[in-house]
Design a protein around this ligand. Sequence first.
Ligand SMILES: Cc1cc2nc3c(=O)[nH]c(=O)nc-3n(C[C@H](O)[C@H](O)[C@H](O)COP(=O)(O)O)c2cc1C
Length: 358
Amino acid sequence: MTVSLDTRLTDLLGCQYPIVQTAMGWVADPQLVAGTCNAGGFGFLAGATIPPAEMERDILRTKELTDQPFGVNFHMYQPNASAIVDLVIKHGVRAVSYSRSPGKEMIARLKDAGVVCMPTIGLPKHAIKAVELGADVVTVQGGEGGGHTGSVPTSLLIPQVIDAVGDKVPVVAAGGFKDGRGLAGALAWGADGIAMGTRFLMTREAPVPEATKARYVTCNNPSNIIVSRAMDGLPQRMIMNTMLADLEKSGPVKKLFLALINGLKFRQHTGANLFGLLKAAFAQSKSGDLTLSQSIMSANAPMIIQRAMVEGQPDEGVLPSGQVAGTIDQLLSCEEIIEGIVAEATVRLDALAQRVSA
Ligand SMILES: Cc1cc2nc3c(=O)[nH]c(=O)nc-3n(C[C@H](O)[C@H](O)[C@H](O)COP(=O)(O)O)c2cc1C
């Protein structure tokens, strides 16, 4: 007997396998997305970190590289969210993903145009809310996942979310996946597929400079990939490095000093001066619950991340990552990853089916 990997997710997204490459700022570019889609998975372009003109260029470039459907990621608080939605509709993009849900009106516009709405959530109550707002699929990310993340591990969260909304919409499991055992396990839980960020970052197609990719490959201990609020006040999982160690061990005064130094260093590109930096940070810290140093770091987070992910200086920037990087020791192509997952999941599920029917 050979099991099928078709699920509600593959039907909705129009891909061959229930394997999603999630969006990652400065990482999920047309090359990575097309590599995923051409291998039978479904990739999301990172749209939360680029202006609309670049987004349109990336959508068109992806279409040149693949004839398979793909998605775009954005979040409602980015200033150009509405322009991204226009582009998605104009170019017939199959799906959008977002971690901060747009309002009902924007979701209705997307759904009227046939775009699949696929938020990422980290708690069952957020899954319920997302479905009420119109989500067609929910991706649920456990605490071991990369980038901004929650504290409940994947193994506890996935069944809870499936119980909460799995009868209404497909649920995609994320946080810590890399292989066919993970896909087989997620399907056995009742999920409709898996989504992976870090595993796709650690590919030959990802545009991340080699020196930075090498830091991911040589990090061989999941415990060194920690959650910190040092970047923007929100819990974010990153590989421990010089920059993060400095931020983590600093008291409030040193943090403020480091934030200012970094802020000014990275603001050189944009021409901002000390006064401008402090003014922006004061405004942000007054409007929310971030401290002044967190506000300065938050304003500069994109530039600090780019230092590692775009400029190839892994110790001068930060390295957002899932804990799974600590268990991956080589870069593969998207095709090798997806073929490997499909082959291994099929063997595992076949063996399980035989065991239960014996
Ligand atoms: C380098 C990096 C950048 C990320 N950037 C984004 C982003 O821009 N938008 C987003 O919704 N999620 C972002 N994430 C989270 C991923 O999309 C995904 O949910 C997460 O990596 C899944 O966990 P995994 O890394 O264990 O596979 C990022 C993750 C990483 C590792």
